[in-house]
Design a protein around this ligand. Sequence first.
Ligand SMILES: *Cc1c(COP(=O)(O)O)cnc(C)c1O
Length: 371
Amino acid sequence: MQTIHMSDIYGQYLTMKAEIDNAIQEVIKSTRFLKSGKVLDFEKKLADYLDTNVVTCGNGTDALQLAFMALNLEPGDEVIITPFSFVSTVEVLVLMGLKPVFVDVCPATFNIDETQIENAITPKTKAILPVHLFGQCANMEAILNSAQKHELFVVEDACQALGTDYLFADGTKKKAGTIGHIGCNSFFPSKNLGAFGDGGAVFTNDTFLAETIRSLANHGRKANYEYQRVGINSRLDSIQAAILEVKLKYLDEHIKARQKAARFYDEHLHGLSEIKLPGRTEYSEHTFHQYTIQAEARDELKKYLESKGIPSMVYYPKALHLHEAYASLGYKAGDFPVAEKLTQTVLSLPMHTELDEQQLEYIVNNIKEFF
Ligand SMILES: *Cc1c(COP(=O)(O)O)cnc(C)c1O
């Protein structure tokens, strides 16, 4: 049996090697490493796939920063976020002088608990920032309703959910990241659509906002050496764009491969009373950036799997409100019991496009053996 990886970027590369190698060579020959037509080509193709405007940038964290720069909020304005995610959301808000206000998550989906959002809204609230964690969308219809009622912006952190379909009650479908005012995406190598380095993108249906974000990502540029606003330098380079353009063609296929592996886990692990499988909803597809189970004996299980050559990861071992860096926000242990409990019980199993049945069988058999 092949070595089991948490994610298998090299194995996936081998399935597209000739195309990717050619695409990289083309960029090298052109020597247009930055701001080339390649970047615009990729943006156009991703925009067609998502049916929205796309502005690429340096990484997913920059995408979040650009989104909030474009919204022109005032220092001290409040933004509602989840404490169970990667650090980028809280980091960007604090860097920008905005005030993150945490709302606990749903125990089954790990996403922000939409029923608690209205309680957190104050006259200073300006935006809601849901994260579509592990590949599954938060309850966007409820979030959009609250946002509309209180005149708030909705910025989606779709970094883990590129390609996920969201289903509205009326049957309309939209892709994760294209539902709110602005969506943010990362092309970090292990993401659903991963570059061979850093990359990010901002999505918006609003053409005016898209142009503002494009200018902000390019030093606030209006025309050549004319600067209209204070911006940053954040761009996707041409080699990454060329690689992503090849990989985008296979994104739906790659998502199907993840979903197939997830189905195997579902079918073979359900009924094990010691673990809880990832919860599903009627409103969101799941594209399984991660397949994350919950177990009281999480740490022991992780060690056991390791001893059998099976990697697993804890996303995330600490809730965001409990980090030293954000102590000044004034939160304490016990404030968000669901998120805090999850940090002690979650375990993400190997999940990628190259897992075969033999590997999956070995993984589930060892999990069963442990219990
Ligand atoms: C990966 C990720 C980010 C940050 O993306 P970078 O490209 O590493 O800056 C932000 N939020 C979430 C939820 C992520 O998974």
